[in-house]
Ligand binder design. Structure first.
Ligand SMILES: Cc1cc2nc3c(=O)[nH]c(=O)nc-3n(C[C@H](O)[C@H](O)[C@H](O)COP(=O)(O)OP(=O)(O)OC[C@H]3O[C@@H](n4cnc5c(N)ncnc54)[C@H](O)[C@@H]3O)c2cc1C
Length: 386
């Protein structure tokens, strides 16, 4: 589907083994206990996947965007929590890779490629909620450097990441969109990480509130020049996050389709000597699930091509891909619940986990509401932010 070459196919088949042996076995416990999938992330780190998209001379695998998508889709079929943590990591890594201001950029990228450094995004704030593009926290000059107070409301991998790619208003900002991005470290003085994450889905994410109390930020920690954070957010981080989460949603759709097909073909009625697949309404639901899944994957494949050879339409495809995929995941997993009845409602088919995990994409920013609004604005020639 994502037009990978034969070497990349080989890499994906070794990933399938890794997922089968080292990620899938932990998925149930990750969900039921709401624990961070440390063993799954270690397996990815040890096999080099932390540096999937980093250049070879930094120790990375130098794989393109389409492999990021293919890898995330594979992982999400087994454990969406692991896939989401990984999407956050690769997206934040792209910010570090594209930084022209960060001191220690290269050693940090080498640590990432060596699987020794997990990173993530800390954008959402209590004061601007899902409107991540407009932080309310401010950077206050203090001698040669700065301090900041911030209430970051959701940080995936909060207790496990080695760094957070964070946003703040630049000193003297005239608007909340005068943003600077910087690296925060969870072990820095003034950082307080919240308590246990107990969400409906993606329960292994460790997505906790984190408070920065008069935390020091040095010039060396800046990921962008002052006031140039919005450009990095919108031109680099948003596209990587959008296609990564679209791939995760597509993985959930594929897992739901597989589980539903398996159940319809294996469960039946002794009283009529027939199987569930003999019921036309269930076959119809399955067909709809398949169409929605493949539509979403095809749009994502097209979007990857757009991103590799950008046109003025590329940002629109990026937004639409995320929107289509997260809506498909919610609808497809809902259809799976309906097609499989009580067997899905109980936990033994794993479908209810997929159903709960799919709901997270809907509320993660940019939410479906934001995506619809941005897409409508772009189509009618209005600026993205009114
Ligand atoms: C599992 C999970 C992991 C997360 N991980 C991270 C992370 O690692 N880093 C991070 O920065 N954030 C993260 N988030 C936060 C996420 O991106 C959102 O910021 C958060 O879910 C918003 O919740 P809220 O209650 O503040 O939403 P609100 O902003 O209160 O939204 C409530 C409703 O209003 C709608 N709405 C809001 N603004 C508009 C608008 N302008 N136009 C139309 N409708 C609007 C929304 O779509 C939503 O339906 C995570 C969230 C989840 C669920």
């Amino acid at each position: 589907m994502y037009a990978v070459n034969s070497d990349q196919h080989q890499l994906l088949s070794s990933l399938t083994h890794l997922i089968h042996n080292s990620i899938a076995p932990h998925a149930d416990e990750t969900d039921s206990r709401g624990t961070f999938p440390s063993a799954s992330m270690k397996a990815l780190a040890d096999a080099g996947y932390f540096g999937l998209t980093l250049p070879k001379d930094m120790g990375g695998m130098a794989q393109p965007l389409r492999m990021f998508v293919a890898v995330v889709e594979e992982i999400a079929q087994a454990c969406a929590s692991t896939a989401m943590i990984y999407v956050m990591h690769v997206t934040a890594t792209q910010g570090i890779l594209n930084s022209v201001t960060l001191g220690e950029r290269e050693p940090l990228l080498r640590e990432i490629a060596a699987g020794k450094h997990l990173t993530t995004l800390a954008f959402s704030e209590r004061g601007s909620r899902s409107q991540f593009w407009a932080p309310v926290s401010q950077l206050t000059p203090c001698g040669d450097s700065f301090t900041t107070d911030a209430f970051k409301s959701w940080v995936t991998s909060a207790s496990y990441a080695s760094s957070y790619v964070s946003s703040v208003q630049k000193p003297g900002a005239e608007s909340p969109m005068d943003v600077t991005l910087y690296i925060a470290r969870p072990d820095a003085p003034g950082v307080e990480i919240g308590s246990r994450f107990d969400g409906l889905g993606l329960r292994g994410n460790n997505s906790l509130p984190v408070t920065f109390n008069a935390m020091a930020v040095s010039e060396q920690d800046l990921l962008t020049k002052q006031g140039e954070g919005a450009a990095m957010m919108l031109e680099i981080l948003l596209p990587w996050f959008s296609i990564g989460t679209a791939a995760m949603a597509n993985g959930l759709c594929r897992a739901a389709l597989k589980a539903t097909t398996g159940h319809l073909c294996s469960a039946g009625f002794e009283n009529t000597n027939s199987q569930l697949r003999d019921l036309p309404n269930l076959r119809s639901r399955l067909a709809e699930m398949s169409v929605r899944t493949e539509q979403s994957r095809a749009l994502l494949a097209h979007t990857i091509g757009e991103m590799e050879n950008p046109t003025p339409m590329t940002p629109l495809y990026v937004l639409q891909s995320r929107l289509a995929a997260i809506e498909a995941a919610v609808d497809v997993t809902d259809l799976a619940m309906k097609a499989c009845g009580g067997a899905a409602f109980s936990k033994h088919l794993n479908i209810e986990r997929l159903f709960r995990d799919a709901r997270a994409g809907w509320v993660m920013a940019p939410t479906t509401d934001h995506l619809r609004e941005f897409t409508g604005r772009a189509l009618t020639g209005l600026p993205l932010f009114g």
